[in-house]
Design a protein around this ligand. Structure first.
Ligand code: SF4
Length: 339
């Protein structure tokens, strides 16, 4: 049986074509499954009965097993799912006034070893399949009956290190016959694997690059990947990034107490990004018992933002979500360090 969540619309059309079926049946299946969330082939009334029977034998739906569901006092929920081979994958649902965002994981563990990130401490275990990435969305929908309006690839793992599966998942989330999320509602966050970023279509999704320092020495200390893709390479890429007139690249800046939170750091960042069409998202570091870094004071965070605003940048401070259930940025995967 073919796992349905593994297939993009094009792949499904191809499979049906090879089996001698009409291609438009693929669009019908996508609509029923992703749009109407009907997974029982018997209920797909615009498909002939004989074909429904064939589809039932052809396709399976993989829902990840729910291990735990922890609700934060701020309304977000962390889901821990168990994979078929016994690993745990975490996803976070964040309802806000005007949107509901799902943060999905792309790998179990991560190779990048960013010093401020719990997932980085686990090391790399394996990539998630397309099926497992899409299944996080479908499992959360099934459990909560929520309409998810935005997806961010900011959970466990470096999405660009599992690029094929991530692109397929984006195509499934973005298909007009399926979940129909526009590219502005899908964000991929990366530590800056520029060679891979260059290979993906610029208009596929919003790109966020995790910067976290404005000089190479500090960035290499925080993010070893900086040895391969230093700041100059990242800024050059950002300058050439022009998917359309309205889009701009986002830089994320995890601000850590006494590490990268000074006024001098902010000025350096403003100098570094001079002339780059971008948005800067300041993310106050979320403390973890596994890492000795500290969250900066509110005063320092606001001062950092003030400097960037004064220098003409769009700079926002991201509200931390789910900190009390280790669902916030950089905290996913804590359970691997506790066994
Ligand atoms: S911040 Fe992202 S890229 Fe860095 S170790 Fe954590 S999961 Fe990996």
């Amino acid at each position: 049986m073919e796992p349905f969540f593994n297939l993009t619309l094009n792949e499904l059309e191809h499979i049906l074509g090879v089996c001698g079926k009409e291609k438009f049946r693929a669009r019908q299946l996508f609509k029923w499954i992703y749009n109407k969330f009907v997974l029982d082939f018997e209920l797909m009334t615009d498909i002939p009965k004989s074909l429904r029977k064939i589809f039932k034998e052809m396709f399976s739906f993989t829902f990840l097993n729910l291990e735990s569901m922890e609700r934060s006092k701020d309304g977000s929920t962390k889901f821990a799912f168990r994979t078929h081979d016994g690993y745990t994958v975490e996803s976070v649902l964040m309802p806000e006034e005007d949107r509901t965002t799902l943060c999905v994981s792309t790998q179990i563990g991560c190779k990048m070893g960013c010093r401020f990130c719990v997932t980085g401490k686990i090391g790399f275990i394996r990539n998630l399949t397309t099926d497992e990435i899409v299944s996080q969305m479908m499992s959360v929908k099934k459990l909560t009956d929520t309409t998810i309006t935005n997806v961010v690839f900011m959970g466990m793992g470096e999405p660009m290190d599992n690029v094929e599966n991530v692109i397929k998942a984006i195509q499934i989330f973005g298909s007009p016959y399926g979940l129909n999320l526009s590219k502005r509602k899908i964000t991929v966050s990366t530590s800056g694997l520029i060679d891979t970023l260059k290979t993906i279509p610029q208009n596929l999704c919003v790109i966020a690059i995790s910067l976290n320092a404005a000089d190479d020495e500090k960035r290499t200390y925080l993010m070893p990947i900086n040895r391969i893709y230093p700041l100059e390479t990242i800024v050059d890429f950002a300058r050439s990034y022009r998917p359309d007139k309205r889009s701009r690249i986002t830089f994320e800046y995890v601000i850590i107490g006494d590490i990268n939170d000074s006024g001098k750091d902010a000025e350096k960042l403003a100098d570094l990004l001079s002339g780059v069409k971008c948005k800067i998202n300041i993310i106050p570091y979320n403390e973890s018992k596994h890492i000795s870094f500290k969250t900066p004071s509110d005063e320092k965070i606001l001062n950092f933002q003030r400097i960037l605003l004064k220098r003409g940048y769009t700079a926002t401070i991201r509200k931390s979500k789910g900190q009390d259930v280790s669902a916030a940025c950089g905290l996913l995967g804590s359970r691997y360090l506790e066994v």
